[in-house]
Design a protein around this ligand. Sequence first.
Ligand code: HAM
Length: 423
Amino acid sequence: MSKASAFSAPKGVPDYVPPQSAEFVAVRDGLVRAAELAGYGHIELPIFEDTGLFARGVGESTDVVSKEMYTFADRGDRSVTLRPEGTAGVMRAVIEHGLDRGQLPVKLRYDGPFFRYERPQAGRYRQLQQVGVEAIGVDDPALDAEVIAVADAGFRSLGLDGFRLEITSLGDDTCRPQYRELLQEFLFRLPLDEQTRQRAEINPLRVLDDKRAAVRELTADAPLMLDHLSDSAKEHFEQVLGHLDALGVPYVVNPRMVRGLDYYTKTTFEFVHDGLGAQSGIGGGGRYDGLMEQLGGQPLSGIGFGLGVDRTLLALAAEGKTVAPPARVDVFGVPMGTEAKARLVVLARQLRADGIRVDLAYGDRGVKGAMKAADRSGARLALVLGDRDITEGTIVVKNLADGSQESVPFDLVGARVGELLVD
Ligand code: HAM
């Protein structure tokens, strides 16, 4: 029975405790590995930054900035914000450290917690975990396809397959402003409620993403960005799709896709999982060709993604899949007496140095309690040591799966354990 604590985790913030935390780590590391395989170097960034960075980078009109940021004044009265996303911070660091003056593209990956004051619900947390990549400085459709393929490979490496990739192009400087006007003209002619009208004023694209049936019907014939792309944006998008075809990465073009961040240009995409209910986005990203310049850097292009670790875990559960190793250790020591414990402590250290995961029974639970702990640990082998073994210079190696056991000379136990674990 768990005991009620005087405190609980903040609302909307998940804890990951064993054994589920092993799943969390396996998912995060699996997604990171996909990025690593494509040459993305790790970047470790501050959890909080100057508030202005997000306001300028993510966009004042977005929900993320206007409603969801954890912003506070520090003791020096500077306004700081817990990072709601990773891209703006990566850009800041790339500019600050002059990485943009070296070899291009700069390819970076990151993972960790992000913070958004959203209304908590299944799959929507106030502290969320992402694995992200950013590829900066080269505007090449093949790079867009690589970024997308890395995300796709990351999910698939975990055994996930019930998701789909939705993709579109949001155009660029040469076509988006004209399209925005066109869309606004269309929207302003509709009998929209006041709030939706205001949204049309600030961010007309959002209206196309409205989930209400009545609004959907009204906007069924709205002009779409994809039909109004400049020649170069169109060519870029077609090439991205061509690369994805060649890579065998399946996708669906969704011309109505809207992302919650302002910096996107051209290729924009989302990974959607149908097993998750309303919060179905397990990852998303796109190009952000004006962002670096907007943050005071060179006019370099960029593309990246953020994959939701929490939601990927939920998606795996929805598919009935697990990814973590079932056991936390390989070997469990069962000492019978003080001298035996002293020896097992030393043996455990030696085995660990050989890369074998070892735990042992501490406290005075007796042999029965210690054997129970060995079973619970998931270990394949127990090392049982009593006074008689010590006198004889041996130790009992017990196979916990079938109960068979053998007596092994103490100085050969490392080698024997190694052999048994390989089988
Ligand atoms: P985003 O779509 O806001 O993009 O977040 C990426 C992923 O993080 C989402 O697809 C979702 O899986 C997860 N996520 C977001 N909010 C929550 C939440 N409240 N609870 C649980 N999971 C959540 C970005 O953050 C961009 N920085 C991605 C990017 C990188 N674009 C270009 N480069």
